[in-house]
Design a protein around this ligand. Structure first.
Ligand code: G6P
Ligand code: MG
Length: 219
């Protein structure tokens, strides 16, 4: 049976995915090209550096190392201007119910995010103290789909990977959970996240019975 839960942040707990998209798109537009929402799926769950590499490839552009760093810093500044306006009203519908249930039942749960902004964002949402462990972009060296971030989280929760459930909105994150031998729950479009063990459009579709079932049995 499953014993612990791991949550991605952007696009799962809070809709910062839309802010990442806006900020990356502005960067591309300023450099003179554009990319689609479909291409944006390939940026979800992917580190800041790797995201910019992919975007530049789409625009057939190369930047000097200095300019690359400058663009990344500008993107983050732009992204944080959206984040700074956020409060706990931005927690996605249905998420709190699940977190409260796990807290009440003393079931451990962690954050597993590629973002270097994860800790300040959780603080803005008043969720920072609710997590038993937080693993984010400042703690890992390998980006999703490498399972490193989730394996560290499982270890911090003292739970073997196969007894962990991962909630993810990105293709890379679902793959990371699967490669890490964890149960993956995709949050979003079932066509995009078809590799997930379970898929829901959003957390309002997740009933407490689903969580209880995971706690009772394997997969
Ligand atoms: C998450 C998001 C990605 C983002 C990455 C790094 O995984 O889904 O879109 O690029 O975090 O975020 P950061 O806040 O460190 O730029
Ligand atoms: Mg995400």
């Amino acid at each position: 049976n499953h014993k612990a839960f791991i949550f991605d942040l952007d696009g799962v707990i809070v809709d910062t995915a839309k802010f990442h998209f806006l900020a990356w798109r502005k960067l591309a537009n300023d450099l003179g090209f554009d990319f689609t929402e479909e291409q944006n799926e390939q940026l979800k769950g992917v580190s800041r550096v790797e995201s910019l590499k992919r975007i530049l490839k789409w625009g057939n552009m190369e930047l000097s190392e200095d300019e690359f760093q400058r663009q990344m810093a500008m993107k983050n500044e732009n992204y944080l201007s959206y984040v700074n306006e956020m409060d706990d009203n931005e927690i996605l519908p249905g998420v709190r119910k699940v977190l409260d249930y796990l807290t009440e039942k003393n079931i451990p749960f962690a954050l597993g995010s590629a973002s270097k902004n994860a800790r300040p964002i959780l603080k803005k949402l008043n969720l920072y103290d609710k997590f038993d462990a937080i693993v984010d972009g400042t703690d890992v060296s390998k980006a999703k789909p490498d399972p490193e971030v989730f394996l560290i989280a499982a270890n911090k929760l003292n739970t073997p990977p196969h007894q962990c459930v991962v909630f993810e909105d990105s293709v890379a994150g679902v793959q990371a959970a699967n490669i890490g031998n964890m149960t993956s729950v995709g949050i979003g479009d079932s066509d995009v996240l078809n590799e997930a063990d379970h898929i829901f459009t959003d957390f309002t579709e997740i009933k407490i019975e689903f969580i209880e079932n995971l706690l009772r049995k394997e997969n």
